[in-house]
Design a protein around this ligand. Sequence first.
Ligand code: SAM
Length: 281
Amino acid sequence: MIKKSDLFKEIKQRVNIRLSQSDIYQFMAFLLNDKYDQIPITLNDEIFNFDYNKFEKYLTLLNEKMPLAYLIGKTYFCGNEFIVNSDVLIPRNDTELLIDEIKSSYDSNESLIIGDICTGSGAIGISLAKIFPKSKIYISDISEPALKVAEKNINHNYVENVEIKLGDFVEPFIKEKIKLDVLVSNPPYIQINDCDVDESVYKYEPHLALFAEDGGLEFYKRILNSIDTIMNFEKDWMIILEYGWKQKEEIESIFSKSNYLQEHKKDHFGNWRYVILKKEK
Ligand SMILES: C[S@@+](CC[C@H](N)C(=O)[O-])C[C@H]1O[C@@H](n2cnc3c(N)ncnc32)[C@H](O)[C@@H]1O
């Protein structure tokens, strides 16, 4: 019989990828069918009927660089739990900055119309739905399998103010004449054939979520041409878009062709990572 603390040590020793303490607790909770928050407070407990085959199988997958989130089928974003599978990008911590920005720009009681375009798992839109319960949130994607995951996440997070739209980028909004007060998007932005993509990302994450035409800039150029059609000019609208850490100058040049104010912001590592567009005052 082994203790949970022994299992913790064994995972730490045998795993050849970087796992934080909290990652190991999540992996242990998955292996032991236990609750994540129970693991750290029960480390001295012995494990009954430990399934060594399951342990070896999943440890091998981790060492083959399968992301932990895909392996355990869930991840956390803005403090909420999201179901993920290989049809959706694993939401990244950096993307939470977009949420913080919107949160600090509007009162949580406002009734906004928000669009999370290229939603994937729905993490951005569903997190916003919790912060702005009186707002209507449209989440859209071109991938039907991704939207199936997003639908599960709507139910998993008990939000009722989110509606799903299937379609190519801004098309569903144009077609249905939906005017947005806030448009948020983390679109695919990696240049096709970029050799710097992490091996694990390239091997496991959906390429539809990663790569974009036009040197990775396709979606920013498409937004520029749609602002006048999809934003609600009656209000102080806002567009917020994530981009890659080397793309600031190109993005700046794209949006300098418009009359709108643009402000660029950095992530926690000091890299330029997102742009905010607003109407000129
Ligand atoms: C970088 S992922 C972002 C997922 C999610 N918003 C997040 O931040 O975790 C980009 C998403 O864009 C979707 N996508 C790719 N091309 C698209 C298109 N032409 N129209 C709409 N969505 C698209 C992909 O299916 C993927 O879910």
